[in-house]
Design a protein around this ligand. Structure first.
Ligand SMILES: *Cc1c(COP(=O)(O)O)cnc(C)c1O
Length: 348
């Protein structure tokens, strides 16, 4: 439904006059004395406010991702910041609702609760495929956002691009595609549909394949109009200076393709070995850097691993994930340790 994407924005947000920083008022020029922002004049490397618009960083991200800088939002609290902003931009507290697949990433529902927005869950099919019609049926005139995590956490599978595109066409609202694990997937990113689907927001992060979880840099990509709303609503200096510089350095210097390739190889190796263990019922197909594995006795396996210094994520209480532990793919050495422990557990 190709309405103007700004039609989905809350009226108070559309009307908002954003805070203008000292650096916003400055329109360029050959300045050597900065007396505009009440900073300390003593140079210690971090005494100046960072660029609130993250121009340089966005330039590098745009090149990396094949989008225009004006389509990018970056958040200094990881993807969580972008997720929270989606609620604050589109959803009126106590009035609007969102629809999401289940099971999926927990932050969507927590952020909904914080923002007093009804969170409607639609269970994936038993094979974890996307229930397109049921998702659409769960919407009503107050549904502003649909959350699709692909590859999905914790089920590990990516959804067909055509399914997501169909949702974006049929849903009269914003479809957010969370692609935190897209670098590990053979299905392509949805970034290339943004120009045709102004109601789609794609989220990515530097926390996973790029190995910068500690820097907390998340991204949202959208049409220029929506990205401009994000820029207006975000905290002015939401990404600190050292983070902006460090991420640029990593983008310019790092080649993650070999690490990604190794993780995918290890993922396949781990899956093969795990499938042969009698303590394992099922290893779900994965497009991510983790495996969802159904065990005969997940609690006992979890405790055994913890007792031996290995921590995994217990997802066995989630509907459709009964018996499942989520295992992150580590280094070859770490994965060998995991396998050794599981074999030891089995033979005890
Ligand atoms: C890990 C993860 C993220 C990334 O979170 P950051 O806050 O950017 O570290 C986003 N979405 C999903 C589904 C994730 O699993």
């Amino acid at each position: 439904m190709m309405k103007n994407p700004l039609d989905y924005v809350r009226p108070n947000i559309l009307a908002l006059a954003p805070y203008s920083t000292a650096r916003d008022d400055f329109k360029g020029g050959d300045i050597s004395v900065w007396l505009d922002a009440n900073e300390s004049p003593y140079d210690n490397g971090v005494n100046r406010y960072p660029d609130p618009h993250q121009h340089q960083l966005k330039h590098h991200i745009a090149e990396l991702k094949g989008v225009r800088p004006e389509q990018i939002f970056v958040g200094g609290a990881g993807s969580d910041e972008a997720i929270d902003l989606v609620y604050r931009i589109f959803c009126r507290p106590g009035v609007d609702n969102v629809v999401a697949i289940a099971p999926s990433y927990g932050v969507y529902s927590v952020a909904a609760a914080i923002n007093d927005v009804e969170y409607r869950e639609v269970q994936l099919r038993s094979d974890f495929s996307l229930p397109v019609n049921r998702l659409l049926k769960a919407t009503d005139s107050h549904t502003k956002v649909m959350w699709i995590c692909s590859p999905n956490n914790p089920t590990a599978n990516a959804f067909p691009r055509a399914d997501i595109a169909r949702l974006a066409e049929a849903f009269d609202g914003i479809v957010v595609v969370d692609e935190a694990y897209i670098d590990f997937s053979d299905r392509g990113s949805m970034l290339d549909i943004l120009d045709n689907y102004p109601n789609v927001i794609v989220m990515q992060t530097f926390s996973k394949a790029w190995g910068m979880a500690s820097l907390r840099l998340g991204m949202a990509f959208a049409c220029e109009e929506i990205a401009a709303v994000f820029a207006k609503v975000k905290y002015p200096y939401n990404v600190n200076g050292p983070t902006q510089q460090a991420v640029i350095r990593h983008i310019v210097n790092d080649d993650i393709s070999r690490q990604v390739k190794e993780i995918k190889q290890e993922r396949a190796m781990l899956a093969d070995i795990l499938r042969q263990l009698p303590i394992v019922r099922e290893v779900l197909p994965s497009d991510a850097n983790f495996l969802l594995v159904r065990f005969v006795a997940p609690g006992a396996v979890y405790d055994y691993l913890v007792d031996n210094g290995v921590i995994v994520r217990n997802r066995s209480h989630l509907i459709a994930c009964e018996g499942c532990l989520r295992l992150t793919v580590g280094t070859p050495e770490e994965n060998r340790q995991l396998i050794t422990l599981l074999r030891q557990y089995q033979s005890q």
